[in-house]
Ligand binder design. Structure first.
Ligand code: HEM
Length: 541
């Protein structure tokens, strides 16, 4: 009873404080946005419980590329999809828009204090040691590894199809790709065989199955509220809660991190010994350990940081790629003519490779496959698996806009004032569908826009490391593995479409874009089963 009264009084004091601070600071109230259905939750359920991107697209069409929406207790937040504003936040301002402290706690929970968690100088130091492993030549060198992993997966598919009565099988493509890309990241990043498609699979493979859906899938109203309200707590309390709290999601996250850390400790030791013997592999982790040994003492990564990079690369490097591939394959199953056009290009290239006496694709072959490249770009534009990136204004600032917005008072403006502490959701989903950048049909899947359409032209504002998309963002925190991901997607796509025909099933007709840290496919009516993409697969003629 007494503790109840104390808790209620503290909550009341906190609320009064929040409302007082809000009334005495400059606000975002001139910016237009949706009405809030609830004081406690604002518009958060629209944004985080509906299929990914739906709220973003609706708001974008009603209010433009800068939208004010409500978060917990009537607070304001900004959804930003304007090219110049995004360029300002990610490219021009460097670390002046840091990550939100309460969300960094989640990053620490899954990956530890690695590069995704770090900010400012600490981030600069960590990223510098990681960079040598992710350059262009380093990523290209992994092509044969990716090809090998794709072949192993396709061999299994062929065996299953061959033994089925009607020479056709329905695969949960996402689950297969998740295993295939885990195999790929194991070999390319750590020189480890996870044995995913053999009988001796590494225990980590089972631990990773459905990991993101288990931890982040189908967020409940309570979870969305707690996550947003956690901004009122100091990070050390949140860290304590994620370290000691007992619920199945936290326990699952801790269990995987513990296992990866144990495997990683052994690996760091082995790599250091190999390097001291003057030998060394070319996998990302060996390059990282080497770069760290060569770095001056004050900038070296600690063992904890090295292990955190391992967790980061394992998770960031396989679920993002496997889900991006899943969405591309879904679109190809939805568009059979595009699928056969892609197959024709693959087969023609294979014939040219055979004619010159080779057996394997090279990077030059991929570069000479325009439709394949257009399909990948369109897939990454249409379905960016990281649909939102969260930041906070580190100081009072003015955001420049490339597309003017109309304020509540009817004024048209090319810039907006953003008070220090404003929380920002950069909507990659909405930027990638901006009709002024990608054409009036931006909400359709159309690879041709990259060949002769609007997307192939130069954009007025240059952002994003890849084809002016925001899928991998840009600037000081751009995705480190983007080249790695694109080459891996190419290798798997060419192998799969060259060999198999993918068609829709009743269940894949019900696939929706579900939030699960990254955007995963789930079947409407079967959400409790986690990420699924059930496509019918047969050997292509
Ligand atoms: C299609 C696949 C991928 C997509 C869409 C993607 C997207 C992203 C995005 C949007 C960020 C920025 C997140 C933020 O700052 O809040 C990011 C960061 C990062 N990504 Fe990727 N990623 C992909 C694949 C990969 C791969 C394959 C790797 C590693 C092998 C990787 C490693 C990283 C790392 C280490 C960071 C942190 C960079 C930093 O903070 O400096 N990613 N990625």
């Amino acid at each position: 009873m007494v503790s109840g009264i104390v808790a209620a009084s503290l909550t009341a004091i906190a609320l009064v404080y929040v409302l007082f601070r809000r009334s005495t600071r400059p606000s975002l109230s001139r910016i237009r946005g949706p009405k809030s259905p609830s004081f406690a939750l604002g518009n958060l359920l629209e944004l985080f419980q509906r299929p990914v991107g739906q709220a973003d697209f609706e708001w974008q069409s009603l209010y433009g590329n800068i939208v004010r929406f409500k978060t917990v207790f009537g607070g304001d937040q900004l959804l930003v999809a304007d090219p110049k504003a995004l360029q300002w936040i990610f490219n021009a301002s460097a670390y002046r828009y840091p990550k939100q402290p309460n969300l960094r706690v989640i990053s620490r929970m899954i990956n530890g204090r690695g590069v995704v968690w770090a900010d400012g100088d600490d981030h600069k130091r960590q990223r510098k040691v990681l960079l040598p492993g992710f350059g262009g030549p380093e990523s290209k060198a992994f092509l044969s590894v990716f090809k090998g992993c794709a072949e192993s997966m396709c061999t299994k598919w062929a065996e299953i199809i061959e033994s089925s009565a009607d020479q056709r099988a329905v695969f949960n493509v996402t689950a297969w790709l998740s295993r295939g890309t885990l195999d790929a990241i194991g070999q390319a990043a750590f020189d480890v065989q996870f044995g995913t498609f053999r009988n001796d699979e590494h225990p980590l493979v089972r631990k990773y199955a459905n990991l993101l859906s288990d931890i982040f899938g189908r967020p409940s109203t309570q979870q969305i509220f707690i996550q947003a309200a956690s901004k009122y707590f100091p990070p050390w309390i949140l860290e304590w809660m994620t370290d000691h709290g007992s619920n199945s999601r936290l326990e699952r996250a801790r269990e995987v991190k513990k296992m990866v850390t144990e495997v990683g400790k052994k690996m760091v030791q082995e790599r250091a010994e190999t390097l001291l013997e003057g030998k060394g592999n070319r996998d990302v982790f060996s390059l990282l350990v080497k770069a760290n040994m060569d770095t001056e003492a004050k900038n070296k990564l600690t063992e904890e940081e090295l292990l955190a990079q391992m967790c980061t690369i394992l998770l960031a490097g396989h679920e993002t790629t496997s889900n991006s591939l899943s969405w591309i394959l879904l679109e190809l199953a939805r568009h059979p003519k595009m699928q056969s056009r892609l197959r024709t290009e693959i087969r023609e290239t294979e014939a040219a490779i055979r004619a010159r006496g080779d057996t394997q694709f090279t990077m030059a072959d991929f570069d000479a496959m325009p439709f394949t490249s257009a399909v990948i770009k369109e897939g990454l534009r249409y379905h960016p698996v990281v649909p939102h990136v969260h930041r906070i204004a580190g100081r009072d600032d003015v955001l420049p806009l490339s597309q003017p917005i109309t304020t509540e008072s009817g004024e048209v403006t090319n810039e907006i004032f953003v008070p220090k502490g404003t929380r920002i959701v950069a909507s990659i989903a909405a930027y990638n569908r901006n009709t002024e950048l990608w054409g009036d049909d931006a909400h359709e899947f159309n690879p041709d826009r990259w060949l002769d359409g609007v997307a192939s032209g130069k954009k007025p504002v240059s952002i994003g490391v890849y084809s002016n998309l925001m899928t991998f963002i840009g600037g000081v925190r751009a995705c480190l593995g983007w080249r790695f991901a694109v080459i891996e997607i190419q290798a798997f796509l060419v192998e799969i479409i060259g060999k198999f025909e993918l068609t829709m099933t009743d269940r894949s007709e019900r696939v929706c874009r579900a939030p699960s840290l990254v955007m995963v496919p789930m079947v409407d009516g079967e959400l409790e089963l986690g990420s699924q993409l059930p496509l019918a697969v047969s050997v292509a003629s």
